[in-house]
Design a protein around this ligand. Structure first.
Ligand code: DGL
Length: 269
C-alpha cells in the first residue's frame, strides 16, 4: 500500500523527497493541508482536529501508514492519536523521535534508559506551537542525560516560506538565530525542528557558524522509515508518488515547484 506523507503545507516535501530518494520504488501519497497552513500559530485542539481529518483523507487513498511530516502536528497530535484514536490496523509515525535518536546517537527504536551523550548544548528552532509543547525536551530527556536545550520559536518563518518570500525568510533566520545565540552563545548542535526549514539550512548554518552541527529531518526520517519497513514489510508497496492539496492545486503546484526547485504537480484532495 502507498505510504501517506502529511504536512500542513509545503514543508513535508523535504521529507517526501528524502523518502523517495532513499526508497525510490515505494508508492507515496503526499497531502498538504495548504488551505489551513500554517499550523504553528493555531491552538492545540485545532491542530489535532486538522491532523485527524488529514490522516482520514490519506486512509481513503489506501495509506495505512502515515508519516506526519510536520513537527507541529507530530508534537501536538501523534501521541494522542496513537493512544486514543488509531484503529489497530493503522499507524501514524511522527518526525520527532528519529531526529532525537540521531542527535543522541541511538539505533532506531532503541528504548533503553537515558544515558550521557557527547552533545551538551542544543539549539532548537521550531514553530511557536511546537516550542510550546516542549515535546522535543521531553523526548530528549527520555534518551539523554545532561543536555541543555534552548528553543527559539521562529514566528513568521513558515508564512514567509509558504508565500515564497525567501528574502523575508532569510532575514527572519538571521534574527531568530541572533536571538537564540544571546541566550545560548555556544551551541554544539542545532536542530531544525520544522520540516520547512531544511530549505534554509545554509542560512541557518551561516548564521550559526560552521562549528555547529545542524540536524534536519529529511534523510534521518527516510533512514528510520527504511528500517521500519524492513520490520513491517506489510506497509511497503511499489508505485509512484502523487501530490494532493486541500488548497488551490494550481497555486500550490507553482509554490511547490519554486520551493523545491523542481517541477511538482498537485491535484485537489
Ligand atoms: N512544516 C511544519 C512543521 O514542521 C510547519 C508547521 C506550520 O504549518 O506552521 O512544523
Amino acid at each position: 500500500m502507498p505510504i501517506g506523507v502529511f504536512d500542513s503545507g509545503l514543508g513535508g516535501l523535504t521529507v517526501q523527497q528524502a523518502i523517495s530518494a532513499r526508497l525510490p520504488d515505494q508508492a507515496v501519497v503526499y497531502l498538504g493541508d495548504n488551505k489551513h497552513a500554517p499550523y504553528g500559530v493555531r491552538d492545540h485542539e485545532q491542530i489535532y482536529q486538522l491532523t485527524q481529518t488529514a490522516v482520514e483523507r490519506l486512509w481513503q487513498e489506501g495509506c495505512d501508514l502515515v508519516i506526519i511530516a510536520c513537527n507541529t502536528a507530530s508534537a501536538v497530535a501523534v501521541k494522542r492519536m496513537q493512544e486514543t484514536w488509531l484503529p489497530k490496523d493503522k499507524r501514524v509515525l511522527g518526525v520527532f523521535v528519529p531526529l532525537i535518536e540521531a542527535v543522541t546517537e541511538r539505533q532506531w527504536g532503541d528504548n533503553s534508559p537515558p544515558r550521557e551523550v557527547d552533545v551538551k548544548q542544543v539549539a532548537l528552532f521550531a514553530t511557536p506551537a511546537t516550542v510550546a509543547t516542549r515535546a522535543f525536551q521531553r523526548e530528549l530527556a527520555f534518551r539523554a542525560i545532561g543536555v541543555d536545550i534552548e528553543a527559539q520559536p521562529c514566528g513568521g518563518l513558515v508564512d514567509a516560506m509558504e508565500d515564497n518570500d525567501l528574502e523575508l525568510a532569510e532575514a527572519l533566520v538571521q534574527s531568530h538565530v541572533a536571538a537564540l545565540l544571546r541566550r545560548m552563545p555556544n551551541p554544539q548542535a542545532a536542530v531544525l525542528g520544522c520540516t520547512h526549514y531544511p530549505i534554509l539550512k545554509n542560512s541557518f548554518q551561516a548564521a550559526l557558524g560552521d562549528h555547529v552541527e545542524v540536524y534536519s529531518q529529511g534523510s534521518i526520517v527516510a533512514e528510520s522509515l527504511s528500517d521500519y519497513l524492513v520490520r513491517h514489510p506489510e506497509f511497503a508497496e511499489s508505485g509512484g508518488v502523487r501530490f494532493m492539496t486541500t488548497g488551490d492545486a494550481k497555486k500550490v503546484s507553482t509554490a511547490a515547484t519554486r520551493f523545491l526547485g523542481k517541477q511538482i504537480v498537485f491535484n485537489s484532495a
